[in-house]
Design a protein around this ligand. Structure first.
Ligand code: GLY
Length: 389
């Protein structure tokens, strides 16, 4: 027997929390239960929070870029709606991005990106090294050129998570602090989720010991990020962990002030970014490599981030190092997320967002709530249909 009209959302990162909030707000189910053993502790907690479609996708990845652009356009309304329900801001910043070049190859890349963005109708300004340093005086002498993208946004990932929790609570989302082992179905329809015994650790997909239980539901959204593949056979091998490490730093009273815009660069071929936060803080990221679910922050990762960001923002050497962290982006083979119905009736995917989880939250929420209302996946989300082959 299945409990009728209960929606279970697996995973309380930004994507799952936003879907649970929106589903409860739109009353697409009688009850919305958000299940996660440690809400807000995964990739969303570690994210840089850039909402900058061009920066995270190779210009050739047209569908990734278009999905990102569709989401960027939705972000201000999404942020306002969450903030209004939460009664607290989500930390949206509108200062834009500057992408900077350190050598001749980077300058050629900047020109290509500028051309691409202009072809797309985005407002960009190509700047000399001197002009970009006038805009952001913390940029160092190694910077030879820059590209200002004023319409890019950024969000404080932790403020967003807190606001989504408050907004969900206000709309009646029930939070269940348990680990989901797998989604259950009867061969045709979803019937619920198997929960690990309370307090158990380990990865989803492992068989629970005694004390596990079933939470019945007629619809289940899988928003478990890098852990999604183990939750149902239709998702097996479709999402993998892509490790990333970040630093969180703070300008001290004696330090050069931090940039007000998101700064991006490639140093020795390695991409690096610094995303401003309130209080003189910056999130500096990010390494990217395949290491399974290895949770350690490696010394080599920190060394590379420090060396690379210091080439761009030399004053950072005097900042306080407040935190290092690692997490796992949910990677897919084609860098597009998995959205919408897949497998047995009632199973909906909202995972596989790769480097773009924060950016794609807004379009994901709209797409998944449309599916939960019984509508087809909206046009702009179709390239990311979970049921694609
Ligand atoms: N979008 C930031 C990152 O994945 O590093």
């Amino acid at each position: 027997m299945t409990v009728r009209d209960r929606l279970v959302v697996v995973g309380a990162g930004a994507v799952g929390s936003a879907i649970a909030w929106a589903a409860a707000r739109e009353r697409v189910a009688g009850e919305v239960v958000l299940v996660d053993p440690d809400p807000g502790s995964g990739a969303s907690r570690v994210a840089g929070g850039m909402l900058a479609p061009i920066s995270e996708a190779w210009p050739g990845e047209r569908e990734v870029l278009e999905l990102g652009a569709a989401s960027l356009a939705r972000w201000p309304a999404f942020a306002d709606a969450v903030a209004q329900d939460a009664g607290s801001p989500v930390g949206l910043r509108r200062e834009g991005t500057v992408q900077v070049a350190l050598d001749a190859a980077d300058v050629a890349d900047l020109d290509r990106v500028a051309e691409h963005l202009r072809a797309w109708g985005r407002d960009v300004e190509r700047l000399s090294g001197r002009a970009v340093r006038r805009l952001e005086p913390s940029l160092g002498p190694a910077v030879r050129a820059g590209l200002a993208v004023p319409d890019d946004l950024a969000v404080d990932n932790r403020a967003l998570l807190a606001a989504l929790t408050a907004a969900g609570r206000r709309r009646g989302v029930v939070v269940e602090r348990r680990r989901v082992e797998r989604v259950l179905d009867d061969g045709a329809r979803v019937t619920g989720v198997a929960l690990a015994p309370a307090g158990s650790s380990g990865s989803p997909g492992t068989v629970g010991g005694s004390g596990g239980s079933v939470l019945e539901a007629d619809r289940v959204v899988v928003a478990a990020g890098a852990w999604s593949a183990a939750l149902h056979p239709v998702l097996a091998d479709r999402v993998r962990p892509v490790k990333g490490e970040i630093l969180r730093v703070r300008a001290r009273r004696s330090s050069l002030p931090p940039p007000s815009r998101t700064v991006r660069a490639a140093v020795s071929g390695r991409p690096v970014y610094a995303v401003p936060r309130d209080g003189g803080r910056l999130v500096v990221g990010a390494t990217q490599y395949e290491a399974g679910f290895d949770p350690d922050v490696l010394v080599g990762g920190v060394r590379d981030l420090v060396a690379d960001v210091e080439r761009v923002l030399p004053g950072i050497a005097d900042y306080a190092l407040e935190e290092t962290a690692a997490s796992f982006r949910p990677g897919t083979d084609d860098n597009l997320p998995l959205l919408g119905a897949v497998g047995p009736a009632g199973l909906v995917a909202a995972t596989g967002h790769g480097r773009n989880g924060m950016l794609l939250v807004a379009v994901t929420v709209d797409a998944v709530t449309a599916v939960l209302r019984g509508e087809p996946l909206p046009e702009e989300a179709r390239p990311a249909a979970a049921a694609r082959s």
